[in-house]
Design a protein around this ligand. Structure first.
Ligand code: ADP
Ligand code: ARG
Length: 341
């Protein structure tokens, strides 16, 4: 049996903290309908000792059948008491005016949610047959999107390298999964049955079979967070009518990584704050506002020219409306601080 004490990782990794010998014993022999086990769930953390979380789920049942592993990670990451997930896509009663109409600070705004299917395994565990069936079902549903959301699907398999690289550079398209996702099986059969859907104006996008089965994205230049949010909410209303996603009342929408559970929403801006970002307390300021910092080419990337990707940290135990408000208030504060320096 796996001996947790012999596994060398950074001590702050949530897997290291919560996957005790007792948890391993309790979950020994537990196998979910799509073959996920405690050993598979912690493999990425073992292979990547610098992980901050280190665990992934393989299917919706992982969260209940392997709950002694996942629940403590979920509680700590989201600061959540497991009391029930609530959704609210309204923007009633809150400020929504553009915070940076001249575009001096906010270059672009992007809001995405992750979604997986109740009947299929997640990208970490899905079979190649199911991945192909799922792609067809997703594309069929996306073809029903009305008006400005209507668009076309571009499969990765067969896409020219030039086109692919340009779409990645333009912040539209995902890359092959990093070493954290590689460890957990997300890159199997790459690039088959992966792709991207674009609305004609390129403001609404869907990634198919990246870390989650779907990443549904609204994005545009500038700081009109409300317009980006409303476009996403409208698209989700149509998509929800055609696809049945993995969900429960405690954990909300199920995602491959427990950090994305709940709303599965990451609302971000690319913001140019060279003075503030060079100051010693930048990380603390963002942490106090409940915001995470990423580089300008996404997670685990570096930044340049004082431009950062700033987004909500929590996705569970918070509604979509509260995430909007947190990003809105945070961006307002960051602009004020930059101006004051
Ligand atoms: P996620 O987990 O939300 O999918 P990643 O960190 O993997 O995000 O980033 C995916 C892509 O989206 C990257 O190219 C990143 O630069 C881009 N991106 C994220 N936020 C914004 C934003 N506000 N404006 C433009 N591009 C963005
Ligand atoms: N598994 C990686 C880690 O533990 C990434 C976790 C969060 N990011 C993500 N894309 N799910 O550091």
């Amino acid at each position: 049996m796996l001996l947790m004490t012999e596994i060398k990782t950074n001590p702050d990794m949530l897997m290291k903290k919560h996957c005790t010998e007792e948890v391993i014993t309790k979950l020994s022999g537990v196998i979910t309908p799509h073959g996920w086990t405690v050993e598979k769930a912690i493999q990425s953390g073992i292979d990547n000792p610098d992980s901050s979380i280190g665990v992934y789920a393989g299917d919706p049942e992982s969260y209940t059948m392997l709950a002694p592993l996942f629940d403590p990670v979920i509680r700590e990451y989201h600061n959540y008491d497991m009391s029930g997930h609530k959704s609210d896509f309204s923007l009633e009663g809150i400020s929504t005016e553009n915070l940076d109409p001249t575009g001096a600070y906010v270059l672009s705004t992007r809001i995405r949610v992750g979604r997986n299917f109740a009947k299929y395994a997640f990208p970490s565990a899905i079979s190649s047959e199911d991945r192909a069936k799922m792609e067809s079902e997703i594309v069929e549903a996306l073809q029903k999107l009305p008006g400005a959301l209507a668009g076309d699907y571009f499969p990765l398999d067969g896409m020219t390298e030039d086109v692919r690289q340009q779409m990645v550079a333009d912040h539209f398209l995902f890359k092959q999964g990093d070493r954290f996702l590689e460890s957990v099986g997300v890159n199997r059969d790459w690039p088959k049955n992966r792709g991207i859907f674009f609305s004609h104006d390129k403001k609404f996008l869907v990634w198919v079979s990246e870390e989650d089965s779907m990443r549904i994205i609204s994005m545009q230049s500038g700081a009109d967070i409300a317009e980006v949010f409303t476009r996403l909410a409208t698209a989700l209303a149509t998509i929800n009518a055609h696809l049945n996603f993995a969900f429960d009342d405690i954990r909300g929408y199920h995602t491959t990584c427990p950090t994305n559970l709940g709303t599965a929403m990451r609302a971000s801006v690319h913001i140019k704050i060279p003075k503030l970002s060079a100051s010693k307390n930048f990380k603390d300021v963002c942490a106090t506002l409940g915001l995470s910092i990423r580089g300008v080419h996404g997670e685990h990337s570096e930044s340049s020219d004082g431009i950062y990707d700033i987004s909500n940290k929590r996705r569970l135990g918070i509604t979509e409306k509260e995430i909007f408000q947190q990003l809105y208030d945070g961006v307002k504060k960051l602009i004020e601080l930059e101006k004051s320096l």
